[in-house]
Design a protein around this ligand. Structure first.
Ligand SMILES: *[C@@H]1O[C@H](CO)[C@@H](O)[C@H](O)[C@H]1NC(C)=O
Ligand SMILES: *[C@@H]1O[C@H](CO)[C@@H](O)[C@H](O)[C@H]1NC(C)=O
Ligand SMILES: *[C@@H]1O[C@H](CO)[C@@H](O)[C@H](O)[C@H]1NC(C)=O
Ligand SMILES: *[C@@H]1O[C@H](CO)[C@@H](O)[C@H](O)[C@H]1NC(C)=O
Length: 790
């Protein structure tokens, strides 16, 4: 009885606008109707949609839903609705009338059980019938935590799909998973209930006016941008979202996510895509835009842990302990600040740094994209005589100012010495000077500045796109998974990294400034001692220990020092060899420890005689050379591309011959042996760098396999117990002919094997490493304390 009465009131109230000649009825269901997001943005977005569409010929009903019972749910919801305001360009009279209609078209539902969903569906259908309306479609907006998605989705697909001919659009809010695996799982679940074209994943950043204008700006200004939107002209790109707020009150969410998952993986990456993607001929074609975007994801180069800097504001740990009731000694390594350097493997962007930065408890709230162009001009005329904005010497940059900050409105700024852009008349207007303001190193008068004629909330923009079925500002499943595929390895590798502590706000001063060196990021300033969370013990306090291991010299130290010492020893060996016979033959192993050493060589040893150095491989996996698993590929990425070794001096192992991998008949080992014999005096390499596996293997010589341990063969094919199984390796006899052999052993994981090796004799069949014993050269062990002492 009660329901029937409510329904009647509801329908009567709705009559005035429903009865019109209709282009179809739209039912909007907002799930989580009394939550924060709904209160702050979503109801307003829906109201603005109604304002825009009230005379479009469509009719609407708005259904707020939550788990709460009818009362107090209904009262809570209408309290929010009563406060709705119109944009400034709507007259108060019209606003009052439309708002009154909107309230009459809105009602609250408890949606908890499947009966409740069936009842909602029945109600929509009854309304359509009674009013004689065609159904255009239904929008379900999920403003609920992701763990509730699957159940709601099942109910909607089970009992709330519109009839034939009408569309269904479901709108989902982040987080869309926590990493690649969870995102995949969620995607698979949703796919059983909705078709891809029915799902709209919101990244509200794409509704920000300055972000939404990136593609149109690039499109309308092709004439100016085509020649300069590339690596030859762009110096770097900064994509930044700074917040002054901290995570207080939200730590139960934040502690699991951190700033990279919260902001970089979604908002900033999406912006990066708009900047970096190849522009389709027709940017109105959603399909083309989404395809190009996906291609750009594939071109992202996997960032390494060294291409990120992390911070955590000082009060965070105590907030977590308090809110999550953790013990006093609980330590959180969740970053609240991150800077990440991203590069693209594309002809357009190769080598151009894209810096993504975000953090909480910073000095200002601002979001922007800054594209800084290279400037090769020298201006002879003195600065005070130069005309504002006309000088070719000032910074050349384009800024998409997303919001807040000193400008406090969305804007697009273009240095006057670049070009006067084409902006869409009617929606963007040129802004009058605020001469006192300087932004990004230039007075505002040095820019053409445009801001939107009408400022709109991101959610209003996106809700309008959903209504119109425009999908280009939403995240497709493929897009989402590509993004997680890119970020997950970095997130995994950063779990052990301890973020730098920062005090928060203005006190941060320069503490979070960072700089690029090659492909690495590092903080510009040393971490002040009083902020360190370690208990006084600093690695540098220890001297390098000189001792013996298995009767050979042992160098042990903390990792950084150890690597420094090894790099320096290699340089000494190189200088001696070049002085002696004009060339240096260096054989390098794969694995992660040598990579750190390569980096050291690249950044500290500018006097290294690379021109006279021949580079050989100690071992190789039987994969194509460009494969990420290839030792040569790693050598290329971490060393070769940063130094100048003559091409002819680089000697990858011939694992890929006749378009197949390591086939005996192709005689790869013999070829490599011949090459060594032809170029290396007496086949005695000057310096061989080896590693040590936790099973006692070295090079690609494995326990329980006699291959390469003795005999005349200097290069052999072997089988590894782990994938990829097939390997090519220098043999022990060849290694033992070298003048110097270094074995680099790092990490706790190696402690057990080093302990064992310190006790056993020479049993290469059990532990190939024990057969390393240069006949006339010298063997030196380089071990960090973790490996040596555990
Ligand atoms: C929702 O369903 C439950 C169980 O079927 C029912 O008790 C409740 O009254 C329903 N709520 C509304 C508002 O109809
Ligand atoms: C929705 O539910 C129906 C059964 O009612 C099922 O056949 C269908 O596969 C489900 N999923 C989609 C995407 O339609
Ligand atoms: C661009 O794409 C839109 C949407 O697909 C289409 O309506 C329009 O005709 C296309 N324009 C051109 C010039 O092809
Ligand atoms: C060549 O190597 C052998 C041992 O492998 C050594 O005995 C011999 O002296 C070396 N000859 C020269 C010229 O270095």
């Amino acid at each position: 009885m009660l329901r029937a009465a409510l329904c009647a009131v509801f329908l009567l109230g709705a009559l005035p606008s429903l009865a019109k000649e209709s282009r179809g009825h739209v039912s909007v269901v907002l799930l989580g109707a009394t939550g924060d997001l709904a209160k702050k943005y979503l109801w307003e977005g829906l109201f603005h949609l109604y304002l825009d569409q009230v005379s479009s010929g469509h009719s609407f009903t708005f259904h707020g839903a939550a788990l709460t019972a009818h009362e107090p749910g209904q009262s809570l919801m209408f309290e929010v609705l009563k406060k709705l305001a119109c944009p400034s360009d709507v007259s108060p009279d019209r606003c009052a009338v439309v708002k009154d209609q909107f309230l009459k078209l809105s009602r609250y539902h408890q949606l908890k059980t499947s009966d409740n969903y069936t009842a909602l569906n029945r109600e929509i259908e009854t309304l359509l019938q009674q009013e004689g309306l065609e159904e255009a479609g239904r929008i379900f907006y999920f403003s609920v935590p992701p763990f509730a998605y699957a159940e709601i989705a099942r109910h909607i697909n089970g009992s709330c799909r519109p009839g034939p001919g009408a569309w269904l659009r479901v709108v989902l809010e982040k987080p869309f998973g926590h990493d690649l695996k969870s995102a995949q799982q969620l995607a698979i679940e949703l796919r059983t209930f909705f078709r891809e074209e029915e799902m709209y994943r919101v990244d509200h950043y794409l509704g920000k006016q300055a972000v939404a204008h990136i593609l149109p700006f690039r499109d309308q200004n092709r004439r100016f941008l085509d020649p300069i939107w590339n690596r030859h002209h762009v110096e770097r790109v900064e994509i930044v979202l700074k917040e002054t707020l901290d995570a207080k009150g939200r730590t139960s969410f934040y502690e699991q996510y951190g700033v990279i998952r919260d902001v970089l993986q979604n908002h900033l990456t999406e912006v990066l895509m708009y900047l970096a993607m190849e522009l389709p001929a027709n940017i109105s074609s959603t399909e083309d835009v989404l395809r190009r975007k996906l291609q750009t994801f594939k071109a992202l180069q996997g960032p390494e842990s060294t291409s990120a800097v992390l911070g955590q504001y000082q009060a965070y740990a105590s907030q977590v302990r308090e809110e999550l009731q953790k013990a006093q000694d609980y330590v959180s390594t969740t970053p609240t600040f991150a800077g990440v350097l991203i590069q693209l493997d594309s002809l357009r962007w190769e080598g151009v740094p894209f810096l993504l930065t975000s953090g909480k408890a910073l000095d200002e709230r601002v979001g922007y994209v800054r594209v800084l162009f290279k400037n090769r001009a020298y201006c002879t005329q003195r600065e005070s005589l130069r005309e504002a904005g006309q000088s070719q010497c000032g910074a050349k940059q384009i800024i998409f100012y997303i919001g807040h900050g000193e400008l406090s409105c969305p804007a697009v700024l273009i240095s006057r010495n670049l070009f006067k852009p084409i902006m869409p008349e009617g929606s963007w207007k040129e802004v009058a000077d605020r001469p006192q303001l300087r932004l990004f190193g230039l007075p505002l008068s040095d820019y053409y500045v445009y801001s939107p004629v009408k400022e709109r909330e991101a959610y209003s923009v996106l809700i309008s796109s959903i209504f119109h079925g425009r999908k280009d500002s939403f995240i497709t499943t493929e897009n989402l998974l590509a993004s997680w595929e890119f970020w997950t390895p970095l997130l995994d590798s950063l779990t052990q990294q301890v973020p730098r502590l920062y005090p928060g706000g203005l006190e941060n001063q320069h503490l979070l400034d960072f700089e690029m060196v090659g492909r690495e990021l590092s903080f510009t300033l040393e971490e002040p001692v009083e902020l360190l969370h370690m208990d006084g013990q600093k690695p540098g306090d220890y001297r390098t220990i000189q001792a013996k291991f298995r009767q050979s010299p042992l160098v042990s130290a903390w990792p950084e020092e150890l690597i420094a010492r090894l790099a320096s020893d290699i340089e000494t060996a190189a200088a001696e060899a070049v002085a002696r016979c004009g060339e240096f033959h260096l054989a390098l192993s794969g694995g992660s420890s040598p990579i750190v050493m390569f980096r050291r060589l690249v950044t500290h040893h500018y006097g290294f005689p690379w021109r006279h150095t021949h580079l050989w491989l100690v071992d190789e996996r039987c994969v194509p050379l460009a494969d990420p698993e290839s030792n040569f590929r790693s050598l290329h990425d971490h060393l070769l591309q940063h130094i100048r070794v003559p091409y002819l001096n680089i000697h990858p192992m011939p694992v890929h011959l006749n378009r197949r991998l390591c086939v005996e008949e192709d005689r790869g080992p013999e070829l490599y042996a011949k090459e060594i014999a032809a170029l290396v005096n007496n086949a005695s390499l000057d310096f061989v760098l080896l590693g040590l596996g936790s099973d006692g293997h070295t090079a690609s010589l494995f326990p329980r396999s006699s291959s390469g341990l003795e005999g005349a063969q200097t290069v052999v094919l072997t089988e590894s117990p782990v994938k990829p199984h097939q390997r090519m390796s220098l043999s022990l006899p060849l290694i033992n002919k070298a003048r110097q052999v270094a074995v680099l052993v790092m990490g706790k994981g190696k402690h057990e094997i080093t302990t064992q090796m310190s006790r056993v004799g020479q049993e290469p069949r059990k532990w190939p490493i024990s057969g390393v014993n240069p006949s006339s050269g010298q063997l030196v062990w380089y071990m960090d304390y973790d490996a040596l002492l555990g």
